[in-house]
Every structure is written in structure tokens, then in C-alpha cells.
Design a protein around this ligand. Sequence first.
Ligand SMILES: NC(=O)c1ccc[n+]([C@@H]2O[C@H](COP(=O)([O-])OP(=O)(O)OC[C@H]3O[C@@H](n4cnc5c(N)ncnc54)[C@H](OP(=O)(O)O)[C@@H]3O)[C@@H](O)[C@H]2O)c1
Length: 261
Amino acid sequence: MEIITVQGEAVPTLGFGTWPLKGEECRLGVEDALALGYRHIDTAQGYENEAEVGQAMKRSGVPRESIFLVTKVRPGNFTYDKTLSSSYESLEKLDAGYIDLLLLHWPNPDVPLAETLRAMRKLQEEGVMRHIGVSNFSPALVQEAAQHATIFCNQVEFHPYHPQRELLAQARQMDYLLTAYSPVARGKVMSDPVLQRIGATHGKTPAQVALRWLAQQGASVIPKAGSNEHRRANLAIFDFSLNDAEMAAIHALGGDKQSVL
Ligand SMILES: NC(=O)c1ccc[n+]([C@@H]2O[C@H](COP(=O)([O-])OP(=O)(O)OC[C@H]3O[C@@H](n4cnc5c(N)ncnc54)[C@H](OP(=O)(O)O)[C@@H]3O)[C@@H](O)[C@H]2O)c1
């Protein structure tokens, strides 16, 4: 498993996305992912599966400190008091001792960032979570957030049809983790002729090529995979690399397009 070093901390490049897995499907999926070697798990208050994620972590037998656990605060919980109470609730549901990275799930213009981040700093001081992050934040909003807390991560939609050149440059400059959600564009990459052609030369699928393209730019990737076959496939992206021409051909797929999902 490759790692990305951010602010001196090693984060596994590949994580397991758990939305929209729920109940037993989520428990079994996370347990299987951990057995296969995933060490980075992504959940959220809004996914309503934090308890199952925590149960799977326990059942897996993988030491807690080997797992990088990410969850997110719902935008409706961004007032000072609700950020605290909902995060305590997340911690209780996860029952994992602490959260490695707690993200603000989406910007919420109704609550000042300073207020929410004051609560996040308190949670960090209390040891509820180790790192503060954001999700779906523009570069300008990341800058604003950074005035109130050390931002460890921004998690955004990022795949070949939605490149994130500006955020990538900012992440490198500010030393934060850029995590790519929907990294295989919810399966859309599979029918892409360019990704199919590049994949064929490496013996890889278009999904593996898309994940490799993201990882090679220094992004973390959190594909969701409901099947063991896809979970295994998504792990097999560290034994090949894309050359400059291949990287450029994939960059060309995105143009200046916004989300295609
Ligand atoms: N921060 C946010 O606002 C936000 C928003 C959306 C998502 N997320 C996070 O990001 C994670 C991933 O995003 P996502 O679920 O939207 O999109 P995604 O991971 O790009 O796509 C998931 C879809 O791709 C398929 N797939 C996965 N691996 C594959 C492979 N190797 N070959 C072929 N198909 C494959 C899956 O099929 P199967 O399930 O059948 O295997 C599923 O249908 C979520 O689970 C969640 O944790 C965060």
C-alpha cells in the first residue's frame, strides 16, 4: 500500500468508500476491505453506517492504530454546540476510541466557519479526533478555513472527467491531503475508450487506470466497491505506472468540465 505524507503523517493512498453501504452489507464490506489490506475507511454522519463501520473494524482484528478512520459532520450540525454533540455521537457509534480525520461535509453558508472550526479545535484538543478537514470546499473556502484551524484535508469529487488542477496545486502548496471521491466516476470510466486503450497496454481495467492517474498526482482515492472482486481490483493499482503521454491523454478527457455525476 502506498502512502501520502501530509504534515508529517503517513496516510494510506487508497481508502474504502462506504456510501451508500448500510447495515450488514456495510459491515461485511468493511470487514472484507480490511482483510484485503485497506487501512483507510471513509464514512460520514449522513451515511448512517458509522456503527457498522466501527463493528467491522473490531471484528476485523486489525489494530485500531493501523487504520486511518475518516468521518464527516453533517452541514446541519455546524453550530458550535451541534458540532460537538454530533461528533460525540459519531465517536460513540464508531466506538473506535478516536477519529483520525473529521471533515465538514459540505460548506454551510448559514453558520460562520469560525464558529464551526472553534468547535472542531475543541474536539481536537479533547482527543475526539486527530485532524480537522473539509469537503467540497473551493480553494477560496479552504483559505478561509485555514485562518481558523490547521486544515489536514479537502475531500472533493475528482476523476478524469472532473480534474481538480487548482485544488491540487493548493494542496501541494499548503501541504494538505486532497482526497478524491467518486474516483471512478461511479463506474462511468469503464466504458471510456481512452482509458480502455491505456488499460489494455498495462493489463488493467479503466477503473484501475483512473485510480492510478489520481494516485500518481498525489491524491488519495476512496472508491466504493460493493463486491470483493472490485475491492481487490482497486487495490491492484500500485504495481504499474502511467507515463507522461498516458497521464496527458487522461487529463485531456476532463477539459474544463464540471461534475458529470
Ligand atoms: N464528501 C462527499 O461529499 C462525498 C460524496 C460522494 C462520495 N463520497 C465518498 O466517496 C466514496 C466513493 O464515491 P462514489 O461511491 O460516489 O463513486 P465511485 O467510488 O467512483 O463509484 C462507485 C461505483 O463504481 C463501481 N466500481 C468500483 N470499483 C470498480 C471497479 N474496479 N470496476 C468497475 N466498477 C467499479 C462500484 O460498483 P460495485 O459497488 O458494484 O462494486 C459502484 O457502482 C463514497 O463511498 C463515499 O465514501 C464522498
